[in-house]
Design a protein around this ligand. Structure first.
Ligand code: PEP
Length: 256
């Protein structure tokens, strides 16, 4: 849809120290023109320990990139050893925060209720959540992907205001496609992204649904981004491995 600005977000996961982060951000910005960065929103999502350095690089060189974190605490502050609050991330200039990534759901046992609480904490701090949903292989094998993902969507959006839902970025990431080199077909991506938008329309109205940006994620590369972006309900990509290579991620951002 031409009215929604595409968003390409690079999830670095637990990679790159703060020196390497600066180099990657500078190289990425150098690979894109002002016009390309105006047409497509390009975001990097580094580890927490890189955020201050990324902020310095982006502000210092006035780079037209935005950035965010990969997780946040559902709490505003206090005795939560090892956790990071939304306010801390906002203070570092973060625009986005990933919530509900399948690696957090799996390795940290994050359930839908916690994901919902984190989405609310993100909004309370002025951050925009990149809210991930996606089915594992057993669900896909039983063709349960739409039911599974719409249930995760409903749970994550529970209790949010329409203006918040409009602002949110939803990322459809089939778990079997993450880091596996096995990309969903453009039709598979459209099936679920379309169903997610239809679900938002049904529950929150068409105006809200038309505004929400929905990304596909799972082994996105320069070579497969164009056909995925050609789908009507795919507004961008959440990119893991390929976002660690500045040239490849820049070419993903220039998908047209
Ligand atoms: C991700 O971690 O969000 C992801 C999509 O990873 P990859 O692109 O490496 O599959």
């Amino acid at each position: 849809d031409q009215t929604r600005r595409p968003i390409m977000a690079g999830n670095w996961k637990m990679n790159l120290n703060h020196f390497e982060a600066i180099l990657l951000v500078q190289k990425l910005a150098a690979g894109l023109t002002e016009q390309q960065l105006a047409d497509v929103e390009v975001a990097v999502l580094p580890p927490f320990t890189d955020l201050r350095s990324v902020q310095t690089a982006v502000d210092g060189d006035k780079l037209h990139l935005v950035y965010g974190a990969q997780d946040l605490s559902p709490h505003a502050g206090g005795a939560y050893t090892g956790d990071i609050s939304g306010a801390m991330l906002a203070k570092l200039g973060c625009t986005y925060v990933v919530v509900g990534h399948s690696e957090r759901r799996e390795y940290h046992h994050e359930d839908d209720a916690l994901v919902n609480a984190k989405i609310k904490a993100a909004f309370a701090a002025g951050l925009t959540p990149i809210f991930c949903v996606g089915e594992g292989l057993p669900v896909r094998e039983e063709s349960g992907q739409v039911a599974h993902c719409t249930a995760q969507l409903d749970a994550g959006l529970d209790g949010l205001k329409p203006e918040q839902i409009k602002q949110i970025v939803v990322a459809y990431e089939p778990v079997w496609a993450i880091g596996t080199g096995k990309t969903a077909t453009p039709e598979d991506a459209q099936e679920v992204c379309g169903a997610l938008r239809a679900r938002i329309a049904e529950r929150h109205g068409k105006e809200v649904a038309d505004a929400v940006r929905i990304q596909y994620g799972g082994s996105v590369k320069a070579a497969n981004i164009a056909s995925i972006m050609a789908q009507p309900d795919v507004d961008g990509a959440l990119v893991g491995g390929a976002s660690l290579d500045a040239e490849q991620f820049a070419s993903i951002a220039r998908f047209r």
